[in-house]
Design a protein around this ligand. Structure first.
Ligand SMILES: C[S@@+](CC[C@H](N)C(=O)[O-])C[C@H]1O[C@@H](n2cnc3c(N)ncnc32)[C@H](O)[C@@H]1O
Length: 217
């Protein structure tokens, strides 16, 4: 089953130490890391937006140990879970998880301060307005040549890849008419508007895509 909007999703399984688990992470983490391995810088700074449970960011930190990772999320319970996963990982290449609402303009990162950004399964859960703010925010924090790994479900040329994708989009829209799948062409346009180019677009499990967007310069 696909992820649901954060405002309506069922509680995730949690452990006594506040670590939440997302079933989708077990399915998508290795394919995501495999794509990142191809072009991820060996060191530097990386931010994850909408980190969710924190399971992804501890895997990223283990895979890229010379990169300093800053996980973020808008939700306080998820920030607790991220902290618990980091503590349990024993890894030290993290900055403290930060509260960040992608739709707010005051992101707590300097212009051109990040070598990479990662966003997994957020874009379909936000409106077009918020998506544009996300593109502006990521483009602002990436350094020239920095990369954005953007994973999620998309329509392609206005078409759904499967009936399951159409049904999931309709479920999202029934919860909030402003949200739902974005099209690959729209992503390319938003990228171009914000000084990003599509360096690659990978087919991923469960009909998802992973864009690698690169900041010019
Ligand atoms: C479907 S979950 C994905 C979490 C994680 N990236 C993953 O793939 O497991 C969506 C996440 O987006 C976060 N989120 C929703 N709206 C957001 C916003 N405006 N700014 C930042 N995070 C947001 C939620 O709190 C939730 O953790």
């Amino acid at each position: 089953m696909r992820q649901t909007h954060t405002g309506t999703q069922k509680p995730l399984p949690s452990r006594p130490d506040q670590r939440l688990s997302s079933p989708s992470t077990a399915r998508n983490i290795e394919p995501i890391v495999a794509v990142m391995r191809q072009t991820m810088p060996a060191d530097g700074e990386a931010v994850e937006l909408a980190s969710g449970t924190g399971e992804h960011c501890v895997r990223f930190a283990a895979e890229f140990p010379s990169v300093t990772w800053t996980p973020t999320d808008v939700d306080a319970q998820r920030l607790d879970s991220i902290r618990a996963w980091i503590k349990g990982s024993g890894l030290s290449n993290f900055n403290p998880p930060m509260a960040l609402n992608a739709e707010q303009p005051d992101w707590p990162f300097a212009h051109s301060s990040m070598d990479a950004a990662v966003v997994v399964n957020l874009l379909h859960l936000v409106s077009q307005d918020v998506a544009v703010k996300l593109f502006a925010g990521v483009a602002n924090v990436l350094r020239p040549g920095g990369q954005w790994f953007l994973y999620g479900p998309f329509t392609r040329g206005g078409e759904f890849v499967s009936e399951g994708d159409r049904a999931f989009h309709q479920q999202l829209v029934s919860q909030d008419p402003a949200i739902g799948y974005k099209d690959t062409a729209t992503v390319t346009n938003w990228a171009s508007t914000h000084g990003l180019t599509v360096a690659a677009c990978h087919n991923m499990p469960a009909n998802n895509l992973m864009f690698v967007l690169k900041k010019a310069g």
